[in-house]
Design a protein around this ligand. Sequence first.
Ligand code: UT7
Length: 334
Amino acid sequence: MKQTKEIYILGIGSYLPRRILTNAYFESRMDTTDEWIVSRTGIRERHIADDDEYTSDMATEAAKIALEDAKMSAQEIDCILVCSVTFDMAFPATACIVQKKLGHSASCPCMDIEAGCSGLIYSFEVAAGLLQLGHYKNILVIASDKLTSITDWNDRATCVLFGDGSSAFVLSTEKNGAKALLVDTLLSAEGKDAEHLLQPAGGSAMPASHETVDKRLHFLHMNGREVFKCAVRGMIAVLEKILQRNQIQPSAIRYFIPHQANLRIIESIADSVSMAMDRFIVVLQNTGNTSAGSSGIALDHAYRGGKLAKDDLLAFVTFGGGMTCASAIIRWIA
Ligand code: UT7
């Protein structure tokens, strides 16, 4: 969405749980190897939330860091959006739980957004639209997932891929102290491919029962090969489209910030835009696939690692369950 009013990113934060599982953990308990995991995905380790650490807790931690970065108190936020596929529960909205955990006492709208691993960019566009309306000044956008809570630890084809984590952003119409300008966002979805990545049970289509638990249907199920193909096709399409409509050559993008699912997927995107891999921010070797939070975590690591300079153009490109795809261009202005 092209912005008619300028939308700024005032603060950025991310959070990864302390506990780390390396590939050696999986080698010791199932038929897999570090070599297979690294060569097929690039992942070496991932962070795992404790049993009593929920999606809302990780969201709150990232939000506190983003607020501190924006030099802002929670009370100055007038809308909270949380995107995830692993909300604390079906309802109330995790955004409302985060509002409470942040000690945000003023009344403000809080809502959840579900767009798989593209949730962050979908939420950027929703936040930008709300800010354009002029009803709000500062919107807290949080992407947080505890994917390990729906991971089948007996399924070697999926359990080695995922980790937990969150990222958060303060979006505003206020320019003072801004880190970045939101230039454009582009969203898409291919519902016809939704069957390839899903959590079959627990919703209204298949309410939880002894049978669904026995059949392990409350875990994430994935057809990896199909998701891989959809991801490459969809990410290339949204990236080409957003670059074209902003008349930006790939070479003008300082860093691409892809969803952190698989190094081979990122390499395919790099090939498609004829850019070297050093133009891509990659953190998945240490995080695994953290779902909605992943591209925000990657940006935050680049920011705090001192990689970003004034006037750098950055391009997010994501995909996830749905199958959703999204891209956003931001200009670093700090
Ligand atoms: O946020 C979106 C989430 N999803 C994704 O990003 C997933 C996208 N897909 C992928 O990243 C890849 O498809 C995977 C990493 C999941 C799998 O890689 P692949 O190269 O597509 O492997 P495959 O599924 O074609 O399986 C190849 C072989 C199979 O054995 P056979 O049938 O060839 O004998 C699997 O059973 O690898 C086997 N395999 C494993 N072997 C050792 C599957 N998982 C493992 C494992 N360790 N952990």
